[in-house]
Ligand binder design. Structure first.
Ligand code: NDP
Ligand code: 8X3
Length: 250
């Protein structure tokens, strides 16, 4: 049995990860901004789920969290940095600067601050696992991916560097980089329009949050001497797109 902290457990991947890991016998601390969603999950999962309202962009609350967890929970074996978002699909030249800042605050600053908050106790016990959600958007450019993709490229390199810093310890670090995934609020948040969000998945058979939860579970099941650095996963209906050419440029 492990104590696992999942950020962004109120929806999508984080919720599915929390449900799966509690059912596998672990204690799961689930965080997010929406208290009512966390309370619903507590009602569903019982005492093995600890709801903690937390905005990952609130640096003071993030730093204070390890010291505020109840005694039975204050030993995070696995940290799953899942909270994150994309805002907008516009080209860089038209993008909303506040959207860019929110993505950086959440996907970059939030991830590094939560990780930094829990590393000391992992180092002290010489045991732990940090799993972070990146994205194919951090590897493959696409129109409108601008800052979102850049935050996920940051995640990929931060996690590689973390693994290097952790060399000589028993602490593991992995990145999961999914492609098109339905069944979450990702596109509703990004497009701010539920119909447009539904259209993103029209005619596709996308990954689902349960696929991501299964991947987390598989990572955790690897023997302690195995570190999977990164997993890139896409639905079969998706592939990387190739290069673009402007044919009006002569
Ligand atoms: P959802 O929108 O369904 O869930 C996002 C979660 O992040 C919610 O629980 C939300 O909780 C939380 N969150 C967002 N901002 C904050 C914040 N400031 N503080 C705390 N929690 C926050 O998205 P997904 O489940 O699809 O995405 C999860 C992760 O996976 C993200 O990092 C995303 O970038 C990544 N990803 C998603 C893909 C997809 O296609 N769906 C593909 C590849 C990667 P609340 O609003 O309650 O705070
Ligand atoms: C989410 C996948 O392709 O919408 O990270 O950027 S994508």
């Amino acid at each position: 049995m492990a104590v696992i902290l999942v950020t962004g457990a109120t929806a999508g991947f984080g919720r599915a990860i929390a449900v799966r890991l509690v059912r596998e016998g672990h204690q799961v601390i689930g965080t997010g901004r929406r208290k009512e969603r966390l309370d619903e999950l507590r009602d569903e999962l019982g005492d093995a789920f600890l709801p903690v309202v937390l905005d990952v962009t609130d640096a003071q609350k993030v730093a204070a969290l390890p010291g505020q967890l109840p005694a039975d929970w204050n030993r995070v074996d696995v940290l799953i940095n899942n909270a994150g978002l994309a805002l907008g699909v516009g080209k860089a030249q038209n993008a909303d600067l506040q959207d860019w800042k929110t993505m950086i605050d959440t996907n970059v600053t939030g991830v590094v601050e939560v990780t930094r908050a829990f590393l000391p106790q992992m180092i002290e016990r010489n045991q732990g696992y940090v799993i972070t959600l990146g994205s194919v958007a951090g590897t493959y450019p696409y129109m409108g991916g601008n800052v979102y993709g850049a935050t996920k490229a940051f995640v990929a390199q931060f996690m590689r560097n973390l693994r290097t810093d952790l060399l000589g310890t028993r602490i593991r670090a992995s990145t999961i980089e999914p492609g098109l995934c339905g069944g979450s609020e990702f596109s509703n948040v990004r497009l701010r329009d539920d119909q447009k969000a539904a259209d993103v998945y029209k005619g596709t058979n996308p990954l689902m949050p349960e696929d991501i939860a299964a991947t987390v579970s598989w990572l955790m099941s690897q023997p302690p001497h195995v570190n999977v650095n990164a997993i890139e996963m896409m639905p079969v209906c998706q592939a990387a797109g190739g290069l673009a050419v402007d044919r009006t440029s002569d």
